[in-house]
Design a protein around this ligand. Structure first.
Ligand code: EPZ
Length: 419
């Protein structure tokens, strides 16, 4: 079992190019299943979740190969429409292959995605939306068996009870080749939804309104392949900015998606960091001890503060001047990283969905275990600003979403190695 060994206390300084977005590459890889032909995806991050997605593509008959952050996916011949439970369970977001397979073949069998470290991950909105599109859905044991009446999904008016990212993606993937028009009301507005729609338009899809709450899709009979570059990872960007801020460092992020990172940057600025942005670069200098964030930090759907950045910013604020208050509104249990931060000397009180973070003088190194992807990243942030050595085990969680984190940190002058 691999672990990270981190010697804290060094200021992070330097320039880092952001990896491609995990949460954009996964739905776009699923979308490639819809295309009769070959898709070439540049800036595809080398992540375990991305490799899991490619295993699903290869299982259903696509040919998916990787080299140097470029994925080539040939979906000319798709055979199987059933994804075995083992492959489905490798990553929670594999549920979006349901919409893609329905869009390609009109049928699919997938397994109910298990809960994960963030609590139960229901898919009720996915299923009720697809049923409205003329999909017969039966649950048998742990399997979900879907079949479009007449062999092809029908366009429908879908109103989501909550702007779910995954449910929005599944409807889009089923609707782009459905018969007729689909309207999604209360659609998720995350940047990764826009990236998915940009990719699909390049494949010939007719989609408008993405990035707003109402998306309109006119189904096409067939989509073709294309070449596309995946957007940068805004959460990895928030993570490295949090590391530099926590260590009183100075960083330039290149290949950054500035507008998409505004909801995070606007909160980070309140800690006293100086931040300057240009088209695709972010310069941040933290210099002194951070200030606590005066206003409550509420996680909300985009363009609110991103839930995926909650843990890493919390880690940076554990040694700030003053008290910060977080409110986690998206997931049921997204404070599992606080035990590890407490072990490093932080002062955090969790009361339901609220976490009160009282700044301490300094953190000290400790041996901790990553609980989930962003919680593990938060432990790395804390370990980098702690005094002394820390070890983080179960880093398989971190490798799901960060491309060689230890190399990025070393590039910025931090002491972090994998063993
Ligand atoms: C996506 O997850 C992201 N994952 C998550 O990133 C991110 O935290 C989340 O969106 C919110 O932005 C990927 O894109 C692969 P949701 P998703 O459907 O689609 C509830 C990371 O760290 N819900 O918007 O699963 C759900 O339980 C990951 O990179 C239902 O109740 O998120 C949650 O409480 C973690 N019923 C809330 O909605 C449903 O049918 C938001 O979920 C669907 C969702």
């Amino acid at each position: 079992m691999q672990k990270f060994i981190i010697n804290g206390g060094r200021r992070l300084r330097g320039e880092l190019a952001l990896q491609g977005s995990k949460n954009s590459s996964l739905p776009i890889m699923a979308a490639a299943l819809l295309c009769f032909g070959e898709c070439t995806l540049h800036s595809c991050p080398a992540l375990t979740d991305v490799y899991a997605a490619s295993r699903i593509l290869n299982f259903v008959g696509c040919k998916c190969t990787f080299s140097d952050n470029t994925a080539v996916i040939d979906s000319s011949a798709v055979g199987s429409t059933a994804v075995p439970e083992g492959l489905m369970r490798e990553m929670r977001s594999s549920i979006i292959f349901m919409g893609a397979m329905l869009g390609r073949t009109g049928e699919c069998t997938v397994s109910v995605p298990g809960g994960c470290e963030l609590g139960p991950r229901p898919i009720d909105m996915h299923l009720s939306a697809l049923r409205k599109m003329g999909i017969d859905i039966r649950e048998n044991g742990g399997d979900i068996i879907c079949r479009a009446f007449g062999g092809r999904a029908k366009g429908a008016k879908i109103s989501l009870a909550f702007p779910s990212v995954g449910a929005t993606e599944n409807v889009i993937l089923a609707a782009v080749t459905a018969e007729g028009e689909t309207v999604i009301n209360n659609a998720a507005r995350e940047p990764e939804i826009c990236d998915l729609c940009s990719f699909l338009r390049r494949c010939g899809a007719d989609i408008s309104g993405d990035g707003e709450s109402r998306i309109i899709i006119n189904g096409k009979k067939q989509l073709h392949g294309c070449e596309y570059t995946i957007m940068p990872d805004r959460i990895a960007g928030a993570t490295y900015l949090s590391m530099a801020a926590a260590t009183k460092g100075e960083i330039i992020l290149t290949n950054a998606c500035v507008p998409e990172m505004e909801p995070f940057i606007s909160v980070l600025e309140q800690t006293g960091c100086s931040i300057y942005t240009s088209e695709n670069r972010i310069y941040m200098r933290s210099g002194t001890r951070l200030r606590a964030v005066r206003d409550r930090i509420r996680t909300m759907p985009h363009p609110g503060f991103p839930t995926d950045a909650q843990a890493v910013l919390m880690a940076a604020l554990t040694a700030a001047d003053g008290t910060s208050v977080f409110e986690e509104n998206i997931f049921d249990c997204r404070y599992r990283h606080t035990d590890a931060l407490l072990k490093m000397g932080a002062d955090i009180q969790v009361l339901g969905k609220v976490a009160v973070v009282k700044g301490v003088e300094k953190l000290h190194g400790a041996n901790v275990e990553a609980t989930d992807l962003r919680g593990g990243a938060a432990m790395a942030v804390a370990a980098l600003c702690a005094e002394g050595c820390s070890e983080i085990t179960k880093i398989c969680h971190i490798d799901r979403g960060y491309e060689k984190m230890e190399e990025a940190v070393r590039l910025l002058g931090g002491e972090m190695r994998r063993s």
